[in-house]
Design a protein around this ligand. Sequence first.
Ligand SMILES: [Cu+2]
Length: 454
Amino acid sequence: MENQDKMDMSGMSAAGSGNDSKQGMGEGSGKAMEKPKITTPQLVAVSLLTLLALAGGVLLAALFGNFGMSAADMKSGGAAPGQAQAMPTQMSGNNGAMGGMGGSNGPMPISSMPQAQMSSLTQMNGLVMPPGMIMTQGMSPEAMKDMSAVDMSKISYTAPADARGDQPLASSVVSDGVKVFNLDVSLIKWNILPGVQVAAYAFNRQVPGPRITITEGDRVRIIVKNNLPEATTVHWHGLIVPNGMDGPADITQKPIEPGATFTYEFTTQQSGTYFYHSHKNPDRQQALGMYGALIIEPKAKPATPAYNKDVTIQLQEWTVKEGYTFPAMPMEGLMPNFFTINGKAYPATETINAKVGDNILVRFIGSNSAFIHPMHIHGGPFKIVATDGNAVPEAAQIQKDTVEVGPGERYDVIWPARLPGKWLIHCHINHHTTNDNVEEQGGGGLTMIINVTP
Ligand SMILES: [Cu+2]
């Protein structure tokens, strides 16, 4: 009020007096145009509003702006717009030192890295699922069951730690000349290493299942008893059999239910290296141990055998995590961490003893179901004499030192023991020669020694 009154008065006096007209006019009109008419309460109100807006701005930024961003966030390029200014400083700081690394920001100090989050087993609908498995809303209960750990409560037998699989299976010959074999399937605990036990689906309580050796032309009757807590079937891999004896569940036969028995009967028409395995959910059952060698001797044996030692190598992958066994599959969470030859991982694999001059027939069997294994033999090449049970004509018997054994494949190779010493047979996917990523006594997993003496 006071200010306004004064201004009004000065204006009035300027207009009223002739003496100070110039000055008065000048001052009076200038004051009226430049000086806004602001009252004290207005000034106070505007000041308060400004302060309020300022405080609000700071508060909003503090609440919603990310001021807690770490160096890791900066490097991964996840800087929020608000932090953009900090980036050039950090990058220019590293550019000098990392000039030779293609513009990389370089590794961050370990002290500023976040602690690893260990993924662990999960449980869903009573099933144990492996760490690292990506489970989505759309995953069906059947899929979960297929990939879950072996139910430890259903294990009916624990094999001695030093028990070996691939044992010869005795047959009884009945009156009509049929060779009768008995197979049963059950859940067992099986040592693949002295300190590593798997829960396996096993034929006759061993991994691999027992070896069936027959002769070309034999009529065989194989009685399969299912002691598993789930249905199963058996397939005679590579054999010419009547369709109803072939084994695929729900295609050529009804699955053998738990507790039930099924009899397979056929006359062999072939010879060579074959194997048998589950054909009901084989991605689970075969991957958990349901396979075994089936060797068919030729009716007419050559007068001069091309070999004097016969070794069978059955491959397998295992996924063992936190004491549980999962079926190895080429997918997240189920990638195998153990590998076996005839049910044992090196150094528990058997050693082949030979003498210089011996010719060893090695029958590689792709009894595994997830990976191709390039099997390599040290100490010189071998000859491939049969593929998938079929003899290779002599002129076509190529020499190699590594043969890729895919799931389901068989390669019979003859390796001459040329020099004394310890010669290795091993897979050349080098991860497959480790036990849970660890090498023991110079190898692991798919490793075997041929010990050649003079
Ligand atoms: Cu391999």
